[in-house]
Design a protein around this ligand. Structure first.
Ligand code: GLU
Length: 308
């Protein structure tokens, strides 16, 4: 049994990400299990080594440790390519020449709602004739690769919110700039790294049926999932820079210590009393995934600017 935290190193971790990291760590360590860190740095424009270093430094400052070397998705393209080859050999991959704008227009023009999560691909390139495909290839626009799905409903049990089910669409496996897509890489990596215990933000809940389907297509066992509600500002929006000091560094500059942040994380998870001084080590013995709060967390006062 192995857990993991898989941040995208596109900036510093804010309080919401740190809170999710703490739950991921507790979920593994409470049972004395391995815990891995994987950098999801597929987007080489936004992902930077300095963000990775800052994220690891801040995890360490909160007392989180991990086993083995940090794995980087940017170094594993060959593994995602191999998975695409496996899917292509089964006839489950097709070229898509659509631009974002074309997809948006097709969604708006469609008479019936798509089967998958919001923004699902309407299937424009799924069954192109040979001549239509040749014409699009000749236009010079490189294609993305999409998964040919069965438009089925996929089920899984979330350890916090219980049984879930959702539709899937023909999602992208490889972008048209050659970069593997998150939805593919996350499934391949969780499989190859032997992850049995996925803890992540609940913004990814609608994507999980896609992951379950892809696991079945690739012969990967579905891990257990625990989706953590995000942290929101008092204005009802997801925690963001505009709310004030949200990273450990910014908070330190505002005289808020890592210990105070840890105390808030502990109490917001209902694992500590408000204001109680706790370290992650103290929370290990109190951790019970079923007792975690199911609602969004509101950021503490020390984060929020008066106007936010
Ligand atoms: N890299 C994703 C993020 O930072 C998380 C992916 C996952 O945990 O599955 O939002």
């Amino acid at each position: 049994m192995t857990g993991r935290f898989a941040p995208s190193p596109t900036g510093e971790l804010h309080l919401g990400n740190l809170r999710t990291a703490v739950v991921a760590w507790l979920s593994a360590r409470a049972d004395g299990r391995p815990f891995l860190v994987r950098m999801e740095d597929l987007d080489r424009v936004q992902a930077r080594p300095e963000h990775e270093a800052a994220q690891l430094r801040d995890m360490t400052a909160l007392g989180l440790d991990w086993d083995g070397d940090v794995v980087r998705q940017s170094e594993r393209f060959h593994l995602y390519d191999a998975a695409i080859d496996q899917l292509a050999a089964a006839g489950s991959v097709y070229e898509c020449f659509c631009s974002r704008r074309e997809i948006r227009n097709d969604i708006e023009a469609a008479s019936s709602a798509p089967h998958g999560p919001p923004g699902s691909y309407p299937g424009t390139c799924r069954d192109l004739s040979i001549s239509a495909r040749a014409e699009r290839r000749a236009s010079g626009r490189p294609p993305a690769l999409r998964l040919r799905t069965d438009h089925g409903i996929y089920d899984f049990v979330d350890r916090l919110v219980g049984p879930q089910s959702g539709g899937v669409d023909d999602f992208v496996l490889r972008r048209n700039d050659g970069v593997p897509a998150y939805n593919l890489a996350v499934v391949v990596d969780d499989g190859l790294q032997g992850i049995t215990d996925v803890v992540r933000g609940d913004d990814l809940l609608p994507s999980t049926p896609r992951h379950v389907m892809l696991q079945q297509m690739l012969g990967i066992e579905t891990p257990s999932y625990l989706h953590i509600p995000l942290v929101f500002g008092a204005n009802g929006e997801r925690l963001a820079k505009s709310h004030g000091a949200t990273t450990l560094g910014e908070l330190r500059d505002a005289d808020i210590s890592s210990a105070a942040v840890m105390s808030w994380i502990g109490s917001s998870l209902k694992l500590a009393a408000p204001g109680e001084a706790v370290g992650v080590g103290d929370l290990v013995n109190r951790f019970d995934p079923a007792a975690l709060p199911k609602d969004i967390a509101v950021a503490p006062d020390f984060v929020l600017r008066p106007e936010a």
